[in-house]
Design a protein around this ligand. Structure first.
Ligand code: ARG
Length: 458
């Protein structure tokens, strides 16, 4: 068992139950790489500053590099009974180089070390997540570009509303995802401040060079207050909040696709490779992946609230409660990565059911706003136009008639401003083409947006 980093003043051994209850190695072992990298930079700095003999500093760095190599090759054996990753690495180093290893923990505490490890981990994970989000955006963009002329009936309150381009709808996903990416990169800026040197919470009397360590490890700055450095986990909460928001977006996308893949909608076909079947109903092809994506949101929001609640009662400085920030952080990062990884190929394999969609565009209620706007352009007030069209629709529904089949005489009964030319707008293409206000669904504007995103995501 890895030797503890403390205990001399204890007159007796800690209970096995205590060891088991307090150990974090089962989850913080994933920080091993960062813990070693931090220790290498720290040991180098201690040598340069002559806080420890150069010879020992070199030996420590060599020993740590060899542990790092074992770790990369999957040969490093974690000690499942170690108190934490810091003790585990320290002990492995002692086994390699003997006594000089005792100098590594000079001017350092696990309190600043753990913050450092987590910050390094998060910077890497944010970069990975940003890449995955970009890949997903590209898959969505490709689907949009390949179907740029497809018009779908759009919904509000899940009731048929107006025509929109499918590509416009898909681009709305990219807008949200891009904001998620920028929220993560904003948070990354604040993570990029190096905490080592805060030590337990008050700094150190030894002549350390924190800027050297920060530079070695690629941090933009060093943290400016030692108490803040070990107390706060706002950087974790920020990222969890960004991931929660991202997961809400992913869930909404999943929900759209689930609806669109139903027989009732029939807008899309999800490839068999991303569906599952039923053990009792042989005919079923279920969108379980999308449902699990939607379901995962609860877990991620739970991770966020778990850290928020963890933090709310704590006094300043380090408290062991803080150990429990990692399982929710890791869970949220893993879950979101898994979702993104599967969502990308799922999107790449979606087939748009153009015929089924087109068949749905004959519903004239889709054009009600277009008729209102036609009348407004002819000088009718908005309120009157709304009433005129409302009456037309009600009569047509009552009489089982279509607006496009009304005679000129019948039309004039509703409004003298309704000329026969108005029937030209009663089709989906005309309807979307009219929406030329910036951000609207007109094919011209959407083509520009497709172009813009194509360049941006390259
Ligand atoms: N395992 C702790 C954490 O994850 C770090 C170790 C600090 N322990 C201590 N007794 N000061 O926060």
């Amino acid at each position: 068992m890895a030797k503890k980093l403390w205990g001399t003043r204890f007159p007796k051994r800690t209970s096995m139950l205590t060891d088991k209850f307090t150990s974090s190695i089962s989850f913080d072992k994933r920080l091993a790489k960062y813990d070693i990298l931090g220790s290498i930079a720290h040991a180098k700095m201690l040598g340069i500053q002559k806080i420890i003999p150069k010879k020992d500093s070199n030996l420590i760095v060599k020993g740590l590099n060899s542990i790092l190599k074992e770790l990369k090759q999957g040969k490093f054996r974690f000690d499942q009974r170690a108190e934490d990753i810091h003790s585990n690495i320290q002990d492995a180093l002692f086994k390699k180089i003997g006594k000089p290893a005792f100098r590594l923990h000079t001017a350092r505490s696990r309190n600043d070390q753990i913050v450092f490890d987590v910050k390094m981990y998060m910077k890497d994970e944010i970069d990975n997540l940003a890449e995955l989000i970009t890949e997903l955006e590209k898959a969505i963009l490709k689907l949009a570009k390949n179907n740029s002329k497809v018009i779908i009936p759009g919904y509000t309150h899940l009731q048929v509303a107006q025509c929109v381009l499918l590509s416009h709808h898909l681009l709305s996903y990219i807008e949200g995802l891009e904001r998620d990416k920028s929220r993560l990169s904003d948070a990354r800026v604040r993570i990029d401040s190096m905490p080592l040197g805060a030590c337990a919470f008050s700094g150190t009397g030894l002549n350390i060079d924190r800027n050297y360590v920060a530079k070695e490890l690629g941090f933009k700055s060093v943290t400016a207050n030692s108490i803040d450095s070990v107390s706060d986990r706002d950087f974790i909460i920020e990222v969890l909040a960004a991931l929660s928001m991202l997961s809400v977006h992913l869930s909404r996308m999943a929900e759209d696709l689930i609806l669109w893949s139903t027989k009732e909608f029939s807008f899309i076909d999800i490839d068999f490779s991303f569906c599952t079947g039923s053990s009792i109903m042989p005919h079923k092809k279920n969108p379980d992946i999308l449902e699990l994506i939607r379901g995962s949101v609860g877990k991620i929001q739970g991770d966020l609230s778990s850290v928020l609640i963890l933090m709310k009662g704590l006094p300043s400085s380090y408290n062991r409660d803080l150990q429990l920030d990692k399982p929710p952080l890791f869970d949220a990062v893993d879950t979101v990565s898994d979702i993104l990884e599967i969502f990308i190929p799922l999107f790449e394999n979606i087939v748009i059911e153009k015929e089924a969609i087109t068949a749905r565009l004959t519903d004239e209620s889709l054009f009600s706003v277009d008729i209102v706007e036609y009348l407004i352009k002819k000088g009718v007030s908005y309120r009157e136009a709304h009433d005129i069209v409302g009456k037309m629709i009600r009569d047509c529904l009552d009489r089982g008639k279509k607006i496009s089949f009304l005679s000129v005489k019948e039309l004039k009964r509703y409004s003298s401003k309704l000329e026969p030319d108005f029937k030209k707008i009663l089709n989906a293409w005309a309807s979307v083409s009219l929406k030329e206000s910036f951000g609207g669904t007109s094919p011209k504007l959407v083509a520009k947006q497709l172009d813009k995103w194509g360049k941006k995501l390259q």
